[in-house]
Every structure is written in structure tokens, then in C-alpha cells.
Design a protein. Sequence first.
Length: 515
Amino acid sequence: MESCCVRHTQIPGTSHLFSDFLYNFDRVSDFYPAYPLDPQEIQSAARAVHFPQDRREAIAAALVPLNSDSPLIEKLRRPDTVAIVTGQQAGLYGGPCYTIYKALSAIRCANDLNAAGLSAVPVFWIATEDHDFDEIDHTWVFDSKLQPKKLTAQGNGRPQQPVGNIALTEIPQTQLREQLQHFPFGEEVLSLVEAAYQPGRSFGEAFRILIRSLLGDHRILFIDPLDPGVRKIAGPFMREAALKADLLSRQVMGRSKQLTDAGYHAQVHFEGKDASLFFQIKNGRRTSLKSQNPAQLADQPETLSPNALLRPVLQDYLLPTAAMIGGPAEIAYLAQSAVLYEELLGRQTVALPRSSFTLFDFRSAKLMDRYHLSLPEILNHRDAFRQKIAEKLVPASVHQEFELAEKQTQAALCRLEKTLQQFDPTLQAALEKSRSKISYQLEKTSRKIARETLRRKQQEQTEIDYLCNSVYPHQHLQERFYSILPFLAQHGPNLIDSIYENIHVSCLDHRVLPV
């Protein structure tokens, strides 16, 4: 099996907006500032960034505590340096695989700009302000037999507390060890996890330490919006946004209507008097300002927290951002956020899709080749792909006998049809109905034999389960379901380098990658 690309239109759940963003950009050009997959456009966006030097110095200083040993801090201080930004929630053990794909995509994009003679640094925004603990307290891994296992951690948080500063109390290290210990690099990965995830350490801090360790020599800066230094720099922006809350809300509603009128979706439901771009963090809780006028809190900007639409605009107020790397949902956010960018920053950041992968181990790749399967067949036609494997397990002699029976039956029916035309043409319609029933019963029997053959051959059933668990676990894309940890335990830390080498910022498609 060789590496290949699959169009996102062949992947279940791809939105019309994301599909046109990738393959028909002219249709969505009213919602985005530039075609994102042309290197020249990205370079032009980088050259167009003008960022206040005092704010640059302030944010660089604020990032020192999280990135004290990184040479990228000094590079960020330079007046000509731009940022390529991505981010993710502080999910247990790094969250899904695509967390790493986002980080590596940002690093690759920044390095491409550096190679073109520009100055760029990658930055990872840890979404520590989010307060949905149920989204980040667990992850999925698999064992050497590729059996999925859900792992869940416990924390000392309260309802609606920002997840980033919730301290870990119970960490599923024993369960993780049970899953990874039989892989060749299991102990090496476990040692990195245990160094990062320790009782009393916050979810945000443990997440950052692990991601940094997993990336190895691939450097990226981390930013935590809960950090007091970052919040202080954000104060003027949040104050201005709060004072303009009514105007901004009307603009977002207008943009949402433009999207739906054009046949697309609005990623964030935003309408009615309760719609708000703001949360307030007070007494350790993050609550939406649906019933309170945010302008009343303009003199307390440090208590304000942006929603999903305002967050990227704040991010690009804090950083000299040339481009943002995101998944389909984040790309959709930016279509709505564009009006906020124009009102608050006077510009809009270029959106770039993160690289997307399905990783195939040797066994999965071999099974794909043996049964002549493609990734879209498994993702879109689960029952059909099982049937295809089942049919291949039926002995050739059985297929031949069925083909012969079908031919002989059709030939006999043709002879009978000629006879009936001479005897009584009115009987021809009844014969046609009988012909369909006979063909249907033959085909039905053929499928039953294929399924019975599959049932009897336990080894083949095990292989099908292995392939499903590998490629489409619980009917989710692999990259959205599993943590990267079992893949690293299986293939070693060099897997990160292999993924990085297969990232091409201008590539539109999902990549099938044998490892």
C-alpha cells in the first residue's frame, strides 16, 4: 500500500462550506480574505502584517514563563516576524491525533515562510478557558490487538470552571500502561506521559508539557489565555469589544444570514436577544453574558472571556498572525468571525486547513491490498465493504456455479419467452415478473453464502474488526477518535518526523499514510 490522497468530499460529514473552501474557493471568496492554498498568497499575507512593537514586546515577555527555553521568543520580538497560529482544547493525553497534526501543520507553514526569506514562528493556543470538562477529561487508545479503550481522568474542578486550571486528581496511568506496554516503544511513550501527567498538575500544564515532549525537535510556542500577563495585554481589546457588543452582535447575525442564504451553515448558532460573544470568569466560574450587557463590564476587561467567534480575533490582536491553521469547524468559525475582524482589527487572518491523515500500520495496509479496498469504501459503505470481503472468501467454484446457474436460467427463460410469444403474448408480462424474482432469489442466496462463509471463518472476521478499529473506530475518523500515543508506542518517536515530512500546506486532501 502506498501513500495516497483522498478528497474531503469522499469523507462522511464534510460540510458544503468546507468542501467549497477547498475545491471551489470562488464560491466562498466573500467570506474569506484570500485563497489559502497558494504559497504566494500566504507570503503576501505575511508581508502585510503590521503589528505594534510595544504589544509585540509585551506578549513576548508574557510568553516567557511557558516557553523560557525556546529561541522562538527572541525571534518573535523581531518587528518583521509573523505568527502561524493553531490551537486545541487541553484534552487528556493531548486529545485526538489531530492535535499533533495541527501543531505540525503550523510548524511546517512557518518553516516554509522562513525558507522563502520571511520570518515566522509557530504558536499553539491552548484553549484553557473552555469550561466543558466532559469534552477534555477522556481519550481513546488501543492495545496491540487494536481493541479501543476509553480512558478518563478526574479533576478537582467545579461546574463551569475553565478546564485549563483544573488540577488532576486521578490519572488513568495504570489503564494506559495496560494498553501500551506490549508495543515496541510503549515504555518510552509511557515515560513521557508520566513525566507530564502528575497529580496536582493542571490539565492545561500537563497537556502543554506532553505536546512539547512529543514534538521533540519540532519547536512551537505555547500561549495560555488564562495567564494573567496575557489577560492584561488583552484588556484593551476586550474593553473595546464589550463597548461595541450590540454592534458586533448585529454584524454576526447579518453574516450568519449571508452564509445560510448562500446555502451554507453558520457554525455557531447566534441569534436572538440571548446571543452573546462574551463569557465572564468570576469566582472561578465561566458563565455566558446572555442576560447582562457586556458594556457594563467594560471597566473589568480582565473578567471577560470571548466565545468561539470572538476568540480568534482576540488571538490575532495578541499575536502578529499571518495565518491560522484549523480544522473544518474552525474554518467555518472564521467565515462568521470575518465581520468581527474588520470591525475590531481592520483586517482578517488567512485561514489554512490543517493536514489530515489516516495512518495505516503494516497489517492494516496488507488487508487493504488483499481485499482491494480503498479508504472511502470503508468510511462510506461499511456494510458494502464487509460484503466485498465476504464475497472474496467464497470459493471460486461456488461463484462459477452461480454464474453458470444464472446463465442457464436466463437462457431457459429466453427460450420460454419465444414460445409464449407464439402461444399467448399476454403471458409475457407474467414471465418478466417471474424472471425478476428468480434473479433476485439467486442473488439473495449468493449473498447468504458469502455471509455464512464470513461467519465461519473467524480469522477473516478478526481481520475485518481489526481494519474497522484501525481506520474507522466507532464510525469516526481515526484522527478524531484516537490519541496519538498508541501510534507512537507502536511505531516509535520517528513517526512525528514522518508525519511532518508528509505535511504540505498547499495540499487539499486527506492523506492515507502507511507507517
